[in-house]
Design a protein around this ligand. Structure first.
Ligand code: ZN
Ligand code: ZN
Length: 264
């Protein structure tokens, strides 16, 4: 079975206006049996998006329409492809209760979702780790070193896996090495193998899945999957379910990185 478990939509403010129906049609052409739309869920109540363009996630007022549109596609295409309604939920340290509230309300409407870390808490402020090399560079000054940012990222991932977000907490951990998006420009000194392997053990214990994300392969400063192959090897050893995700923000990004991945 060929699945893409991580697709965005025109509801994404930093994406494109490519229509959802065109994503579905293209996915069918590419031979997918199942796809999940996982738009960035509205950020938790009270959290202020710290990116310069403030466009990290869908607006709350659009959520209802998004859910209706995916539901409609699900029905229209059910004979050709399985379309799941989902969201990519941000895990934001300090906003666990708000996130749980959101999930309690909207979780029952979702088939397949992802839990991702994009923001790191640094004292009273939050930084988006994958916004731009410039912002990442600024973070290096704030944190003191690249390794310190990586350390915080993996600690936050750990919190996300352990967090009690209620019965509708997503079962899949998004792009677990997103912190490497700019690694060719800003390499860490350490491999963080221990931290990463410990995270995998935790994912296994919780019976979660991993988003095996192809988007990094298309990023010039990354050029590898999230996570890379050496992590995938260990995940396979632990028999953690891996779900390919294109993380497409436009139709032509469907299938991206799929030739770099190896799913049994
Ligand atoms: Zn996005
Ligand atoms: Zn993401």
């Amino acid at each position: 079975m060929k699945k893409d478990g991580h697709i965005h939509s025109p509801f994404c403010p930093h994406g494109t206006k490519d229509k959802m129906v065109n994503y579905v049609e293209e996915a069918i052409k590419l031979g997918f049996d199942e796809i999940s739309f996982t738009e960035h869920a509205p950020l938790p109540n009270g959290f202020v998006d710290t990116t310069p363009t403030e466009d990290s996630a869908m607006r709350m007022v659009e959520l209802k329409e998004y859910l209706i549109e995916v539901e409609k596609l699900k029905i229209d295409y059910k004979k050709k492809i399985k379309v799941n309604v989902g969201l990519e939920i941000d895990f934001i340290e300090g906003f666990e209760e708000e996130t749980k509230c959101f999930l309690n309300e909207y979780g029952p409407k979702l088939d397949d979702s992802i839990l991702s870390v994009h923001f790191l808490k640094n004292g009273s402020r939050y930084d988006c780790v994958d916004y731009s090399p410039d912002l990442f560079n600024q973070m290096i000054s704030d944190y003191g070193s690249i390794d310190q940012i990586y350390k915080k990222y993996f600690e936050t991932l750990k919190l996300s896996i352990q967090a009690n977000l209620g019965n509708y907490k997503p079962k899949r951990i998004g792009h677990m090495t997103l912190i490497k998006k700019f690694h060719k420009k800003f390499p860490s000194n350490q491999s963080f193998e221990k931290e990463i392997f410990d995270l995998l053990t935790l994912v296994k214990e919780k019976e979660y899945e991993l988003d095996y994300n192809g988007a990094g392969t298309a990023k010039p400063l990354c050029r590898e999957t999230y996570p890379p192959e050496w992590v995938i090897k260990q995940a396979k050893k632990l028999q953690i379910p891996l779900v390919y995700g294109s993380d497409a923000h436009q139709v032509k990004e469907l299938n991206q990185g799929r030739d770099s991945i190896c799913i049994p």
